[in-house]
Design a protein around this ligand. Structure first.
Ligand SMILES: CC(C)(COP(=O)(O)OP(=O)(O)OC[C@H]1O[C@@H](n2cnc3c(N)ncnc32)[C@H](O)[C@@H]1OP(=O)(O)O)[C@@H](O)C(=O)NCCC(=O)NCCS
Length: 363
């Protein structure tokens, strides 16, 4: 005789034993037909961006006090001329607040209209709570949900993707997306491989409803096998238990460089394809500001038109991880380098390893 309780049938999966005696007829589910699944906008777009750059300019010569390098080497190998470092008492929440106020002003959106705040960072120095709720309080976004995401240099592009989906699903009318970093706190000044790369800053965007598409489909992915390529050197638990030094961010520069140069152009191309356009339709290319040579290699591989404006904010901002794409966007708009309402391809990639890319309408 077949043992039914052991789930011997190949057609139905095994179930845990019923806690109540079996009924002869299954009861009708109570809630069916009463649930609504949200009533969002047909489309979404970015309505405003803002940026904050700390006051203190740190030159390559200053960095070379701590590492065996030169201004010329740093410029040639990375494209960086200077970066900004936040003041000692300046927090990621302080920087995020200034960038957010600018983004809200450009969007013409009141903080009370924000339904959710997504804050991307890897340098908020509290394991918990997140920084976003305090930002919401400071802005007066008292109706907003608020949380942080950890996707390093891709954090902002992931945030834009989530915000767009929220607006279209009806979870929020307006969503504030912030990328903010105080990488100077997590950089080993004496590490030749990273000391010259990282900078501090914040960028923000307000995403809201639109009659026409303003944010294309996001192409995203990850490769956890390479988690050590860019990583906090030791876990907090090891730092405590083994009495280790402050865990700055370490990086296998060459491996990251190769991954970015060969792996990210196809991702960017997929974002163009999914948006239903071609490279010739683009009005701007705003890649993560990791290294000027990576940016140049991507331009070649994507065969972008020669005259397309390309973000090169890294020269004076360094690599600000989650803040890099929105800061570069903010600069290009402020300096009238890109047409408002034009199309920009943006891509973030970094520690994880993770990446995300999409085409957006420039606010
Ligand atoms: C970090 C990075 C600029 C280093 O450039 P690189 O050309 O790969 O440098 P390498 O590590 O191959 O070293 C090349 C030479 O420069 C030297 N060098 C390394 N760092 C140096 C420094 N800061 N100053 C001067 N010389 C340096 C090395 O000792 C080596 O010398 P050798 O040829 O005599 O052995 C580059 O690897 C990079 O940008 N990687 C990606 C970083 C990135 O994008 N990170 C963020 C991703 S989110």
């Amino acid at each position: 005789m077949t043992d039914r309780t052991a789930g011997a049938s190949t057609r139905t999966p095994a179930r845990p034993p019923a806690r109540t005696p079996a009924r002869t007829a299954a009861p009708a589910p109570k809630g069916t037909g009463h649930l609504t699944s949200g009533d969002g906008a047909k489309h979404s777009r970015i309505w405003g961006v803002g940026g904050y750059r700390p006051e203190r300019v740190v030159t390559n010569d200053e960095i070379c006090q701590w590492i065996d390098s030169s201004d010329q080497w740093i410029r040639e190998r990375s494209g960086i001329i200077s970066r900004r470092w936040a003041a000692k008492d300046e927090t990621v929440i302080d920087m995020a607040e200034t960038a957010s106020r600018d983004a809200l002003a450009m969007a013409g959106v009141d903080p009370s209209q924000i339904g959710c705040i997504i804050l991307a960072t890897v340098t908020h120095p509290y394991q918990t709570p997140a920084a976003a709720p305090q930002l919401a309080t400071r802005l007066g976004s008292t109706n907003a949900g608020a949380y942080d995401i950890s996707a390093a240099c891709a954090g902002y592009c992931y945030g834009i993707s989530m915000a767009s989906d929220m607006v279209r699903a009806g979870s929020a009318e307006y969503v504030l997306v912030v990328g903010v970093e105080k990488l100077s706190e997590f950089t080993d000044k004496h590490d030749r491989g990273t000391a010259f790369i990282f900078g501090d800053g914040a960028g923000a965007a307000v995403v809201g409803p639109s009659d026409v598409p303003g944010i294309g489909p996001t192409v995203m992915g990850s490769d956890g096998t390479q988690w050590e390529a860019i990583s906090q050197r030791d876990s907090w638990v090891d730092v405590r238990d083994k009495d280790l030094a402050w865990p700055a961010i370490g990086m296998a520069g060459q491996a990251v460089f190769r991954w970015a140069v060969w792996g990210m152009a196809p991702v960017a191309q997929q974002a163009i394809d999914k948006a239903g356009i071609t490279a010739d339709d683009l009005d701007a290319f705003i890649p993560h500001q990791a290294n000027m040579r990576i940016i140049d290699a991507m331009i070649k591989q994507l065969r972008l038109p020669a005259d397309i404006p390309v973000a090169r904010d890294i020269a004076e901002t360094g690599n600000t991880s989650a803040a890099s794409v929105p800061l570069a966007t903010e600069r290009m708009i402020r300096q009238h380098e890109v047409p408002r309402g034009g199309l920009a391809l943006q891509i973030g990639f970094g520690a994880g390893l993770v990446y995300a890319a999409q085409v957006i309408v420039i606010p």
